[in-house]
Design a binder for this molecule. Structure first.
Ligand SMILES: O=C(O)CCC(=O)C(=O)O
Ligand SMILES: [Fe+2]
Length: 305
């Protein structure tokens, strides 16, 4: 395996970087290749504001240690700055195009800090093959929420993306439902991860994977990957924390919206605090209940209703 500081951009024979407004070409790339980048979607001023807001919300006491990471779920509920995306027309226009509708409902959202020394995030797909393909009752929050086709990750790596600094990588073509996996690898449990043939069935943490596309992006760029695309984050070998966030999660209202937990109090407060012009996104929003546990009888009863 080459050294981490030797990882180079993939030599792609097609365009994968787009400008804001090139909606169709961007989504064609996402659907065909599994990923794309929109250059300069947000300004440097907005990037700086988001970094400050993430730091304030996730690490207010500056107690995140070396090598540690922190993830904030339902991040739009606790970070008013994130809601500025809703008034950022180029972003909202792209999301509307990618969802095939301007009638959108809130979905999940997150922000992450990865400190220098943080380990890699092993190769995985966010999509639930359990719910999405096999139609089995959800056993995890991801089985409830990660069931949609089309666009999956819509991230901003606000400190830029680079393999040496906790950057993201994807596997070309891994969004296709019949993708056989990279040569020399097997799928793990419910196809959520990959591992080397003959090795222990544990999610692979190396970048020696055929078809890898490591991203090299600037702070205002938007990184897109399809709902099933397998992805990975390098360890952060830089000297600065890595900050990333998605915008507020939005899905077309016409898409499935099954939610087995009651609306959390925090989500109720969030909805009540929304300005009038953003209320339309909240109708039917189920929130994110990190304490939810699978209960077969409850899920079956709900499905019967
Ligand atoms: O932190 C990263 O770069 C990867 C995060 C990730 O895989 C996820 O949130 O699904
Ligand atoms: Fe992921």
């Amino acid at each position: 395996m080459i050294l981490q500081d030797q990882v180079k951009p993939a030599e792609l024979k097609y365009r994968h970087e787009f400008k804001p407004g090139e909606h169709e070409a961007t989504m064609d790339c996402v659907n065909q290749r599994g990923f794309a980048v929109i250059k300069g979607m947000i300004s440097r001023a907005f990037v700086d504001e988001l970094v400050g807001a993430i730091r304030e919300a996730l690490n207010p006491d500056n107690d995140l240690g070396p090598g540690e990471s922190r993830v904030g779920h339902a991040f739009m509920e606790r970070c008013p700055t994130l809601l500025k995306f809703l008034d950022h027309k180029p972003w909202l226009d792209f999301i509307s195009h990618s969802e095939g509708s301007a009638d959108l409902r809130f979905h999940r959202s997150a922000a992450i800090i990865r400190n220098p020394g943080s380990p890699p995030v092993a190769w995985h797909s966010d999509w639930s093959f359990r719910s999405g393909l096999h139609k089995l009752p959800p056993r995890s929050i991801d089985d409830v929420l990660n069931v949609h086709e089309g666009l999956g990750g819509r991230w901003f790596y606000l400190t830029g993306t680079h393999p040496m600094r906790g950057g993201l990588a994807v596997i070309e073509g891994s969004n296709k439902i019949d993708w056989p996996g990279p040569e020399g690898f097997e799928f793990g449990n419910e196809r959520r991860f990959i591992y080397k043939k003959g090795a222990e069935p544990k999610a692979h943490t190396g970048w020696d994977v055929p078809g890898i596309v490591p991203f090299f992006t600037d702070p205002g760029d938007m990184i897109l990957f399809a709902s099933r695309t397998y992805h990975y984050a390098f360890s952060n070998l830089g000297d600065q924390p890595r900050y990333s966030c998605g915008g507020p999660g939005l899905r077309a209202r016409s898409k499935p919206n099954f939610c087995p937990w009651p609306l959390p109090e925090s989500s109720k407060r969030f909805i009540a605090s929304l300005p009038e012009r953003h209320r339309r996104f909240a109708e039917g929003y189920g929130g994110f209940d990190s304490t939810w546990k699978f209960d077969a009888s409850q899920v079956e009863a709900d499905a019967m209703r």
